[in-house]
Ligand binder design. Structure first.
Ligand SMILES: [Fe+2]
Length: 280
């Protein structure tokens, strides 16, 4: 049977992708950011996941205000890097896993989650930057990826609790898939950031550290945190953190934090990264 063997969270700051693509990852500014992922690079080379269920948000690349999907799942054979205004990132095409993706779609929809099934989609920095941070610059991504885009761009995004419950449903789905696959689930986005207005550049280190702590020490509190608290405490774009709760919901009771990295600033935002193994 397929198993969820690990969860990973990371910010998906677009400037990180640009820094890597433009050969600036060893510069004085960016080296501390990239070195924070050295542990994950070594770890994942040993873990060798077959498939990554990658939760992220599209930033008006594949979707627009014409169609706003709350929860979607990419069931295509492959997903090309999106052109976000400067041409597509020079990264490999993402190979999907249609059989498992359709199985997750069926299982979660019959589990009463109204997923949008996406059969053609380009993927933007929300998905490719986490892959770059953890895998570097390979010729081909070493794992298949099932994209799970979540709307956190247009109000109203889903609640943290609903995200948590979707994570639980994704775990049930994966664990009912017959093929023996090593599956990870990643939640991306966050942490503190506000991109516009008088509070642009807001960073609340105390909130971020508390959020990282509570992922393992008090997840129930995070599950109930209202949207306004994310926005007030950590900036309007910090609402992306609800996507981390999809990963956390898939981890079950008492997961173990294996690794943590926190760094400020990374292009006007706070950057957070956690790796955990599921409890039961
Ligand atoms: Fe984002």
């Amino acid at each position: 049977m397929a198993r969820i063997t690990a969860g990973l969270t990371t910010s998906h700051v677009p400037a990180i992708g640009a820094a890597l693509d433009l050969g600036k990852s060893t510069s004085e500014y960016w080296q501390p950011v990239f070195s924070g992922y050295d542990w994950a690079k070594r770890w994942i080379a040993e873990e060798k996941p077959d498939v990554i269920v990658l939760v992220y948000n599209d930033h008006a690349s594949a979707f627009s205000l014409e169609i706003i999907t709350t929860f979607a799942i990419g069931c295509a054979e492959s997903f090309a890097p999106a052109d976000e205004g400067f041409g597509p990132r020079p990264v490999p095409v993402v190979q999907g896993h249609p059989d498992l993706a359709w199985h997750i779609a069926q299982s979660t929809i019959l589990d009463e989650f109204d997923m949008t099934i996406v059969n053609k989609m380009d993927v933007d920095h929300g998905l490719t930057v986490p892959l770059s941070l953890v895998f570097g610059q390979p010729e081909a991504w070493p794992a298949r990826v099932i994209p799970v885009p979540v709307n956190v761009v247009q109000y109203p995004p889903p609640t943290g609790n609903r995200c948590w419950e979707l994570g639980e449903a994704i775990r049930r789905a994966v664990e009912s898939y017959e093929e023996d696959l090593n599956v990870q689930i990643w939640g991306t986005g966050g942490m503190s950031h506000q991109l516009q207005g008088p509070r642009a550049g807001l960073i609340n280190r105390e909130f971020d550290i508390s959020f990282l702590d509570r992922l393992t020490s008090d997840p129930e509190a995070l599950r109930r945190m209202p949207h306004i608290e994310y926005v007030r405490e950590a900036g309007s774009e910090a609402i992306e953190l609800v996507m981390w709760l999809i990963m956390r919901g898939a981890m079950g009771d008492n997961p173990k934090e294996l690794h943590r990295f926190y760094h400020v600033p990374a292009s006007n935002t706070a950057l957070g990264h956690i790796v955990m193994e599921p409890g039961r």
